[in-house]
Design a protein around this ligand. Sequence first.
Ligand code: C2E
Ligand code: MG
Ligand code: MG
Length: 725
Amino acid sequence: MSKFVSLFNGMTGRITLRLLVIVAVSILITASLGYFKLSQVTEVNSFIRIDRAARAATALFTEKLNSEFSAINDPDGKPMALRLKSDTVDMSLSFRDVHDTLLKEIGHINQGAANLFRLNSETRAFDRFATTFRRPDGSMPPPMSIGSGHPAYADIINNQPHLGEVPVMGRLRLAYLTPIQTESGAVAGALAVDVGWVDDLVVARNELRTQIVVAAILILILVAAFGVLSMSRELKPLRQLAKYADDLAAEAPAVAVPFKSREDEIGALAQGLERVVTLQGKLAHLAYADELTGLGNRSRYLTDLKKSLLKNLSGKHKSTLLHLDLDNFKQINDAYGQETGDALLKTVATQIVDTAGETSQIARLASDQFTILVSDKSSAVQPVELAEKLLTALRQPFQLAAGEVRLTASIGIVLLQHDAEDADEAHRNAGLAMHKAKASGGDQFMFFSSEMNDVLQDQIRMDRMLQIAIEEREIEIHFQPQIIPSTGGLAGVEALARWTHPAEGPISPGKFIPIAEASGQIVGLGTLVLDLACEQAAKWRDQEFDFKHISVNVSTIQLWQPNFIDVLKAALERHNVPGRNIYIEITESVFVDHSESRIAMVLAAIRAIGVKLSLDDFGSGYSSLGYLNRLPFDQLKVDRSFISDIDTDQRKQQVLRGVLGLGRGLGFNVVVEGAETLEEVTLVEQLGCDSVQGFYYARPAPALLIPDMVRKIAQSKTRLNVRSA
Ligand code: C2E
Ligand code: MG
Ligand code: MG
């Protein structure tokens, strides 16, 4: 039923409706023309017949009763009256057989009725005395008169003929009444002839009208039915094409476009749709493919992931998401160049496809990040088995034009049914697990666990708190003196960020600095620390406390900000501090992501404003001795790991000796970090370092305490020296 109704809502309905309106109007015009013409012709015919009937009747009267009647006609021969030739009213106008015969003859000729009336001198009505009417049983009808209420009365009493419809037995007949006059011309009676019942004409006309209406309705129904059926049949391909386009929009048409071979408008439409399908294919490839490897790209991955999640939620599939990231790709890219890196990524992509199988949905998200979606329907391989196979495959050395390269990868695994409600969450959790695998040394896989999420949530919370802390300047700095061990004198101080949260208490830099680096807030934090350090430098200068310099830690992320030099200059200028009072401490991570020439440019710009450069945590990470030689550092800070327990570990002593020798040999000012005991301090002093920064001398403390602290260190050293002397 609804299908039928929908037919009328569409083109079928509209075209059929228009067809119906056109047919209806044509029928109406034709029928009304016929109808009016018919009425007109019927009317004209009736008047010709009645006129002839009247003439025939008077002619018969004057012929058959020649001795009694003469006719008075107008110039056209139309009867105006019958006049008695002598005074024979009583005889001529009373029933006689001759009248009866004559009337019958007239009636026969006219196919109507004929009547004779005589004026009743008393009632002044015309009483009928002869008629062709008979009752159904053949007997005479009841008497009848034309009185003053009769439509013909006024004419015939005035001696005028009357033509018109007159009532007879409750119905109407078209009649002509000719007055009969006495010899002297006074009215004495009337001869009435008619041509039948007027109603019969009306009935015939009405019948015709009804027939026309019925025929019109029938034609309309036929046209409507035919219109609906034929239009609906003709438009069926159009509906199928619309459905196809719908499926196309939903990315689903598995079959070819129908009706392409037709040579009409439908064919043209289908061919147009075919072109859209082709174009959509090209666009989908462009939008969803990773140009380098031919795998899916991020959009493809997200679309597949969403679809997969829907199937998982409906219980149809159990899918697993693997997030694979190469462990040491950055170095390879830096070492061998982009082109080799790209070639390697292509080979890795092929390895993944070969291992995971064609049925897995594989994409490359960015540089060396790959995702693999496996459904239990599409592959028999279990996630663990697959992850192990992938790791093994990637461990095989890759042969490149430049030589043999070894790779490892870290994989995070998420079971979509358990560990994700939406694509965002699935992606985030897989990333978390991958990072955990990487942080645990790489070359391994790890399943996502809710604890990982707790850590992330904690980081997110901390990140929000930190944002407020930076805005509200809740961050302050403490200072840790660097002491020249031989004299106990001050070499400089290092500024270390301190954060005491109003509710959570003190939070260590070891916790908040990595979070700030991960979210980018380190830039704001670093700017604040730099400003606080310059502010303190200015205060100490005013107090004439000779702090030598303040070392400020600057994260690599901040260092690479295009406006870093401006920020540094602004801080110095704002507090009117000369560049030489500030050291910038950078860790070795600065060498990881950038070319030597870029690093050299930034370092040179810093030195150009008089600020000195210190390489922090030296020896703890990735460093190339080549850089040391070429880059303009002033100071080397040897990492704490070289110093702890140095007095008891002979090998460590040898290493530190080498490191210090190298630093001094290259002309650096060498600071040793983290000396906690007198033994450690004594040893590093003997090995020839310039200054020591460690708990043995002083822990980081608020600025207010530093001058006193420094004085006490110097005094106790002097005492010690005096004593030993
Ligand atoms: P760092 O720059 O190497 O700073 C020296 C760290 O070693 C400080 O830790 C200091 O308290 C600690 N230390 C000094 N002497 C000893 C010792 O004898 N024994 C031991 N066990 N530790 C000692 P802190 O203040 O917790 O800072 C940790 C790290 O956080 C810093 O290492 C630095 O990398 C980073 N950091 C601190 N403040 C900032 C800052 O304002 N900006 C940036 N970017 N990083 C900062
Ligand atoms: Mg430092
Ligand atoms: Mg350090």
